[in-house]
Every structure is written in structure tokens, then in C-alpha cells.
Design a protein around this ligand. Structure first.
Ligand code: FRU
Length: 472
């Protein structure tokens, strides 16, 4: 009897860790070749876009596109944005290819991308029937339109809103990818959706939507958020971005986005950055003002031969907006919480590094955070760089490029290069996030050497190395 009781308890406990359905079987130890040790990836199967990311009930929640043939709402939670637990599939569409024991709980043939907000009171009641705080996911149900699903028990059970779609009846697979946010000055929700570029709709209750405006900008998965220019909270600008990471800087007045006169820029120049979403401004705990962003680490251009799962999320970054070269540009920097994963720290001070000397000699690591600062004005090198296992990251001091992309030195003639390296993931940041380059990379699994190399005298200002603890 007692044994059965314990078994039941265990079953209940394991069930309560899952959302609607566990497609992952016994799961995995996350030690496969190329599997990120501090990056989120689904336990098994395919992932693409980041969808709803919210803070609710004392934890972070993430819905993401899961399932290679039929898209579902995969679901994960985290206490700190570093340690994630994949909780299975929350949103299971009508055409699901999961076993019939997986209840088809939402509208549409497939669940395409969207976002999420946290609501309570009357808005919650109109959707869930209760004033209790709820996560409301807005998604594109293919063949249907813009739909809502919700959970008010912290993500254990997910329910569809019965009168879906709430907007944008869908012909074929368009419009799609609604991004929701609360526009406080007018006490209303705004939806930015991929429709003839980007179209804005407004609503007081998430159920009734009115057209606000359209902007011929953007391809798939819009996101929009306010940022203080150069860190000055009196200088707020709005940023509108699409799935490619192309962005406009301007103003949003609750109806219309008015871009400033400057070229469209791209916030990440690497090959594997797509469909990023951010936590809504002001929605993080402890009045944290940051805009934290996660993206899908791919660009519909193939993987690196992962086995057991396919693709992963980028490491969370904090976004900034800075004036540079007469423009306003986005900066992306790994969240400061990264430091809580540091171990085996090493630091080097200012010194001249001659050809043939490797400051990193003897260090072996496959997951680390490294920052190199070089004074170009005092260096003779034409090229220098870092070798990580079988990859070479080269700075070309003649063309002022890193990885063949522009990274100009700061006013003092310095460049700072920061690498986040994981077993199959590479993120490179330059000059405090003005440069951002995201790439899946098949680091040779058995190689863990790191080398700083140069073809001429190099004026190193500082070098810092931190191994990162694994998060699974
Ligand atoms: C972008 C995208 C979205 C769509 C989703 C389907 O990567 O094509 O537009 O909603 O993927 O998985």
C-alpha cells in the first residue's frame, strides 16, 4: 500500500512538472555533442521562434515554437533566465502529430508564433472566467487567425479561449505572429502583427480589436519596445524590429509608429539570429527596467548536426540604445546574471603581446565568457584573433572588421571583443554590444583549446576569462 502511495505521489509530482503533454519521454542529460550547457534547447525535437516570454508567479515562462512538421507551443520555465526546465508542450493544435493521448487543446491546424501577457481582474475574467492572474498567450492558429490561450495555474494547464479567433481571420498562413504589449498611457493593449509589413491593432480586453495603423516595414515576428537613449530615461525612443533583427528607431504614440530619419539597421550581423522577442518593458520583477531579449539561434539555414534535438535559443541579452556615428543604434549585451555562472576566473592586465605568444596557453574550456580589450592605436598587428577549438575569430585591423563585419574602435582606439562560447553556440559582442554576432557552430567536441594569436605586436589592455557552470 505504502509503495503504491509513494508511486502515486511520484507520478503526481512528475505530472505537475509538465504542462499539457510530455513529448520528451524520459528526457535527456543534455550532454549530447553541440548541446548548449547554458543555452536553452528543448529536451527533444525541433524548436524555432521564441513566442511568449513573461514573468509570472515568481518565475519566467517561455513559450516557443516546437515540432518539426506541425508547430506546437513548447513551454519552459526558469527562476533566473539561466536555468530552464522544459515542461513539455503547452499548446497542442488540432493537426498535432503527437499521440492521441495529447489532448488537442487549442485552435488552428498548427500553432504559429505569437507572444504573451499577464493579466488579472476584469481582463482576466473576460477570457478565463476568473479574476485570478493569468498568462494569456496570443498565437496564430493556422487556418483560423489570431487566437488566445491561457493558464491561471502557473502554466500547468492551458485552455483555449472558446470564441477564437479574436482577430485577423486567416487566409492561408497570413497575417501572423501577433506581438502584444500594454500601452499604459492609454490603458490599452496593442498588438503588432506581420500583415502588409507591420499592422497595429488596439484593444481594452484582448477580445475586441480595432485597426490602428500600418507601416510598410518588417518581415515576420514583430517586436516593439521603448528604450532610454544613451541610458537617459527622459529620452525614450521606441524600437520596432522584425524577425531578421532589422529595426527602426522612432516614436509610438499608441496609434502610429513614426520612424526617425535614419537607415534601417540590423541588431545582429551573424548568420543565426531570428524571431527575437523581449520581456515587456516594466514587467520584470523588482522594478527591473531592462529590456531582455531572447531569439532563435538559426535563420532557416540549417543546423550543425545536433542529434536528439534541433536548434536552441540565444543567451538572454539586455538591450540598449546608443548614439553612435550620428545614428541611434541598438546594443545587445549578455544579461549581468551571467556572472553567477562564473568559475575558474582568470585575468590579465595591460601588456604587449608579441607574435607567437598565447596568453591563454593551457586553458581548456568548452563553455566560457571571455573579454579581450585591445588598444589598436598602440598595436602593430594587422590581424589578430582568437582560436576556439576549430573556429577562428579574426579581427582585421586594416578594414576594422571582426568576422568580416564592421567593428570600429571607440574614441580611444580600443576594441573590446566578448565571446560567449557553449558546446555548439557562439555569441560575439563588440564594444559593449554595438556589435553582435550570433552563430551555431560545430565546435569539434573533443577540442577545448583557446588561443589568442596576432601577426604583430598587440597592445592588450585587458583579458578576462570565466568558465561558465552548466545550467542543466
Ligand atoms: C518565423 C515563422 C513565423 C511563423 C513560424 C512558424 O520563423 O515563419 O512567421 O509563425 O515561423 O513556425
Amino acid at each position: 500500500m505504502r509503495g503504491i502511495g509513494v508511486l502515486l505521489l511520484l507520478l503526481l509530482a512528475s505530472h505537475s512538472l509538465m504542462a499539457q503533454f510530455n513529448p520528451h519521454g524520459k528526457g535527456t542529460d543534455y550532454r549530447e555533442h553541440y548541446r548548449g550547457q547554458f543555452h536553452f534547447s528543448p529536451q527533444t525535437g525541433w524548436m524555432n521562434d521564441i513566442n511568449g516570454i513573461v514573468w509570472q508567479g515568481g518565475q519566467f515562462h517561455m513559450i516557443y515554437q516546437w515540432g518539426k512538421n506541425i508547430r506546437h507551443g513548447g513551454y519552459a520555465t526558469s527562476p533566473d533566465l539561466l536555468h530552464w526546465r522544459d515542461r513539455g508542450v503547452a499548446l497542442i493544435p488540432q493537426k498535432s502529430d503527437l499521440p492521441s493521448t495529447a489532448l488537442r487543446n487549442v485552435s488552428g491546424e498548427q500553432v504559429y508564433s505569437g507572444s504573451a501577457v499577464v493579466v488579472s481582474g476584469a481582463v482576466a475574467k473576460g477570457i478565463t472566467g476568473s479574476e485570478k492572474e493569468a498568462i494569456v498567450a496570443i498565437y496564430t492558429g493556422t487556418g483560423k487567425g489570431t487566437c488566445l490561450a491561457w493558464s491561471n495555474d502557473g502554466g500547468e494547464q492551458w485552455h483555449d479561449y472558446p470564441n477564437n479567433p479574436v482577430a485577423n481571420r486567416m487566409e492561408k498562413d497570413y497575417p501572423r505572429d501577433p506581438h502584444l504589449f500594454w500601452f499604459a498611457p492609454q490603458s490599452k493593449f496593442v498588438m503588432a502583427i506581420y500583415e502588409n509589413g507591420t499592422t497595429f491593432y488596439g484593444s481594452k480586453d484582448l477580445l475586441h480589436w480595432e485597426f490602428l495603423s500600418n507601416l510598410p516595414f518588417g518581415f515576420e515576428c514583430p517586436d516593439i519596445y521603448p528604450l532610454p537613449l544613451d541610458g537617459d530615461p527622459r529620452q525614450i525612443r521606441w524600437v520596432l524590429q522584425d524577425a531578421n533583427g532589422s529595426y527602426l528607431v522612432g516614436d509610438f504614440d499608441g496609434t502610429t509608429f513614426k520612424p526617425e530619419q535614419q537607415p534601417t539597421r540590423i541588431m545582429d550581423v551573424g548568420p543565426d539570429f531570428y524571431a527575437a522577442q523581449s520581456f515587456q518593458a516594466g514587467s520584470l520583477p523588482n522594478n527591473d527596467p531592462r529590456i531582455i531579449q531572447l531569439a532563435w539561434m538559426d535563420h532557416w539555414n540549417g543546423g550543425i548536426g545536433e542529434v536528439g534535438w534541433e536548434r536552441n535559443a540565444t543567451f538572454p541579452v539586455s538591450l540598449g540604445l546608443v548614439s553612435v556615428e550620428g545614428e541611434k543604434r541598438i546594443t545587445r549585451q549578455p544579461i549581468r546574471e551571467t556572472a553567477s555562472l562564473y568559475q575558474n576566473d582568470r585575468k590579465w592586465g595591460a601588456q604587449r603581446v608579441p607574435v607567437g605568444k598565447n596568453l591563454l596557453e593551457g586553458i581548456r574550456a568548452k563553455q566560457f565568457d571571455l573579454t579581450l580589450e585591445v588598444d589598436l592605436s598602440k598595436s602593430k598587428a594587422l590581424t589578430f584573433g582568437l582560436q576556439v577549438a576549430n573556429d577562428y575569430l579574426i579581427y582585421d585591423n586594416y578594414n576594422k572588421t571582426l568576422l568580416s563585419k564592421s567593428l570600429t574602435p571607440d574614441a580611444r582606439g580600443h576594441v573590446r571583443i566578448r565571446l560567449l562560447v557553449d558546446w555548439g553556440q557562439l555569441e560575439v559582442f563588440g564594444n559593449d554590444g554595438r556589435f553582435s554576432y550570433t552563430q551555431q557552430f560545430a565546435f569539434a567536441p573533443d577540442e577545448a583549446g583557446i588561443r589568442l594569436f596576432t601577426d604583430g605586436d598587440l597592445a592588450v589592455v585587458s583579458l578576462e576569462f570565466h568558465e561558465l557552470k552548466r545550467c542543466w
